[in-house]
Design a protein around this ligand. Structure first.
Ligand code: FAD
Length: 318
């Protein structure tokens, strides 16, 4: 079922969803199930599965030549989605990237998803890989998520690159895209970034999921800006409980988000790892409560490979 139909069906009730990462180096699928099992009692209508591009390293050989070696850190997104839908009977939402994909690769990926009965995709550009300063698209790929949205919409209309497939069967994907309450790091301003988001929605995206934020004011202001810009689709807030002292610097660096001083001070006072986790969980619960009170359609949690803190949060809310 489409994410937007879950929202309609809920009639204003806030629902629970979360994102998981494929296990490192394609290790055991059981580690994914162990992660999901404790969260199923909170009845997530969908679970997102991230996609991770292959990266390349160059090894110097004895003769001085360089050998290109592929590194796949977290393969398996499509298979994991199929396994989730089969085991839990909930919708799995694979992330799909521009980066590393030609248009043909994208078409093949989407045809596979369609065969597997997957109804939703989150369409993203992806980041620059190591050794790249800026993101660069494949020669026959998309430079921005908007192009990817357009291709998926085209496929939904039966427009295949392979002309023999033309109008044979149409896909029917519901497309989500990313939004950034604190602006995407490359955007010259938040207003410009919102205009780019509007382009993705106008191209056919049905909902937005936000980057994590730790101050709800940022989300509320972002939603207002989006509405003023004419973006009317649901904007699902993405939340992550802070879990370690190190994340005080890692999260702003990696995700380009600010942390509120009140949260930083609470974390700095902590004397143990458990105390830090508890502060992170409490903060996220307070954020979640305020968002529910404001009628958000979903609370979408970034688990980043740890379900125990998400479980604590969900237990106090759902
Ligand atoms: P876009 O919407 O293409 O925007 C990228 C930048 O380009 C923005 O600054 C935008 O303002 C600008 N822009 C857009 N169009 C134009 C134009 N025509 N001309 C000039 N500038 C333009 N990454 C992964 O690798 N795997 C994942 O699974 C993954 N999941 C994510 C889930 C969520 C909810 C979020 C928020 C992010 C996720 N990311 C993931 C990270 C994402 O790939 C990066 O943030 C990436 O840098 C931008 O992706 P985007 O789809 O927002 O890009």
């Amino acid at each position: 079922m489409k994410v937007v139909d879950h929202i309609k069906k809920a009639e204003g009730k806030t629902l629970f969803s979360f994102e998981i990462l494929p296990p490192l180096k394609g290790q055991n699928i059981q580690s994914i199930f162990d992660h999901i099992d404790p969260l199923m009692e909170f009845q997530p209508p969908f679970i997102d599965v991230t996609y991770h591009r292959e990266e390349y390293v160059y090894k110097e050989l004895l003769n001085g030549l360089l050998q290109k070696k592929v590194v796949r850190k977290r393969p398996g997104t499509v298979g994991i989605c199929a396994a989730i839908q089969n085991k839990y009977q909930v919708d799995a939402v694979p992330h799909i990237l521009c980066g590393g994909f030609t248009k043909e690769d994208t078409e093949n990926f989407l045809i596979d998803l369609d065969f597997l009965g997957i109804d939703n995709v989150l369409a993203l550009r992806g980041d620059a890989v190591k050794n790249e300063t800026y993101f660069s698209a494949e020669k026959e790929g998309h430079s921005y998520a908007k192009g990817l949205v357009e291709q998926i919409v085209g496929l939904n209309k039966g427009e295949y690159l392979d002309e023999e497939l033309l109008n044979k069967s149409k896909t029917n994907f519901c497309i989500g895209v990313a939004g950034y309450p604190e602006k995407h790091m490359e955007a010259p301003s938040l207003d410009q970034d919102v205009l780019r988001l509007k382009e993705k929605v106008d191209a056919g995206a049905c909902y937005v999921v936000t980057q994590m934020f730790f101050d709800n004011k940022k989300y509320f202001q972002f939603v207002e800006k989006c509405r003023n810009a004419g973006i009317t689709v649901p904007i699902i807030p993405g939340l992550k409980p802070l879990a370690t002292k190190r994340q005080l610097s890692v999260l702003p660096h990696r995700f380009h988000v600010d942390l509120p001083d009140a949260l930083i001070l609470e974390v700095l006072k902590c004397k143990s790892k458990d105390e830090v986790r508890q502060v992170g969980v409490e903060w996220c619960i307070q954020q979640s409560k305020e968002l529910i009170a404001n009628g958000v359609p979903f609370l979408h949690y970034y688990s980043m490979g740890k379900s125990d803190n998400i479980e604590k949060i969900a237990r106090s809310l759902f």
